[in-house]
Design a protein around this ligand. Structure first.
Ligand code: FMN
Length: 350
């Protein structure tokens, strides 16, 4: 596919603004947020990673009841099922025992599968035919790429290094999201066990702009109209923003998470493996702090994600941020609490 065709991807989608309101699986990307973003002229994105094929279908139908504008679906590239031996499980159980007591939870029962079945999720995507399909954590298999092309669904992969971006381009994607170290949520690093390359967005854009034939989408720490302009000037064809929309009216962010996001404009974030077994950036909290230095009590992704799910759920139900994954990027300042449409307009005001 030629670069000229690729760079028209966002025009082809008929977007008013070169903005993707980030897929944020686990609650924030509600039906209302996706529909509001797309209706306002950006690309809304469903974070479908933790949803079954049926749930994805229900969600997409609800978005389509609200808008006929384009939106995307986002999934996690599946991981090989990690071997969880007795010993590490015992260490993880012991390290979290007092939290489960505090949250009045029974002892954990961990068994595979640790994540949703990707093939059935992907089949739902093919059936539902969103305007785009985006993914994170690696490359889509060539069979999946061919199936998406046959169904005429453009593909967007996620990269944290130039090498990952190049591999995505070579695999046939239509655009690449460059995720800087500033970004909230999971780091898109292909290798779940690798160290974090920690490349900031500005540097990543400088490494990739002009060297790839596919359009680049800049993500990580973009909060203001000036940030958007800077990313576009640095060679991105579009931006992807998550944190900035987390407390907008339509976001499905839970009450204790919202409260924590609003508590201090100087949100202190760092990356941790404690919640899911993969690096992700979030606001510092008790669980993150107390699991620090206990790498041998953290199971591999996605087993750890399933292992901590009961604690995260109970923490939300209690209205406590202590055991929640409070994903957020490094961007500072008070967050927009009005409508998604109004924030989008402000970001592109002349
Ligand atoms: C709460 C939250 C959940 C996220 N979930 C996903 C996801 O499911 N899929 C994905 O590709 N990216 C996910 N991300 C990462 C975003 O796509 C994007 O890289 C990030 O939000 C950009 O940085 P920012 O938050 O500073 O704007 C998530 C980010 C946040 C804040």
């Amino acid at each position: 596919m030629s670069a000229a065709t690729d760079s028209n991807l966002f025009q082809k989608l008929g977007l008013k603004y070169p903005l993707i309101v980030a897929p944020m699986a686990g609650g924030p990307s509600s039906v209302d947020l996706v529909a509001a973003a797309s209706t306002a002229g950006a690309l809304g994105a469903m974070g479908g990673a933790y949803s079954s094929a049926t749930a994805i279908e229900t969600f997409v139908n609800a978005v389509r009841d609200r808008t006929d504008k384009p939106f995307s679906i986002n999934l996690f590239i599946p991981h090989s099922i990690p071997e969880v031996a007795q010993e590490p499980l015992a260490r993880a159980t012991q390290a979290t025992a007092r939290y489960r007591t505090e949250l009045e939870l029974p002892a954990p029962q961990l068994a595979p599968p640790y994540e949703e079945d990707f093939d059935s999720q992907f089949e739902a995507v093919l059936r539902l035919k969103p305007a785009c399909f985006s993914f994170v954590f690696g490359l889509l298999s060539s069979d999946h790429v061919s199936a998406a092309k046959k169904a005429d669904i453009p593909l967007i992969g996620t990269a944290t290094t130039f090498e990952e971006a190049k591999a995505l381009e070579d695999s046939g994607v239509d655009a690449v999201t460059l995720q800087g170290f500033e970004a909230g949520g999971h780091r898109g690093i292909f290798d779940a066990h690798a160290d974090d390359p920690k490349i900031g967005l500005r540097e990543l854009l400088a490494q990739c702009a002009g060297k790839l034939g596919v359009p680049l989408i800049a993500a990580g720490g973009i909060m203001t109209a000036a940030d958007v302009r800077a990313a576009l000037q640095a060679g991105a064809q579009a931006v992807q923003m998550g944190t900035a929309f987390l407390v907008s009216t339509e976001a499905g962010t839970s009450a204790p998470y919202r409260k924590k996001l609003l508590e201090a404009p100087e949100r202190k974030t760092r990356t941790t493996r404690a919640f899911s077994g993969r690096f992700a950036r979030g606001i510092e909290n008790r669980f993150m702090d107390e699991m620090e230095g206990k790498a041998d009590a953290i199971l591999p992704f996605p087993a750890q994600n399933k292992f901590t799910r009961d604690m995260r759920g109970a923490s939300t139900a209690k209205g406590s941020p202590d055991f929640l994954s409070l994903w957020a990027g490094t961007g500072k300042g008070e967050l927009w609490q009005g409508s998604t449409a109004a924030l989008i307009e402000r970001l592109f005001e002349a």
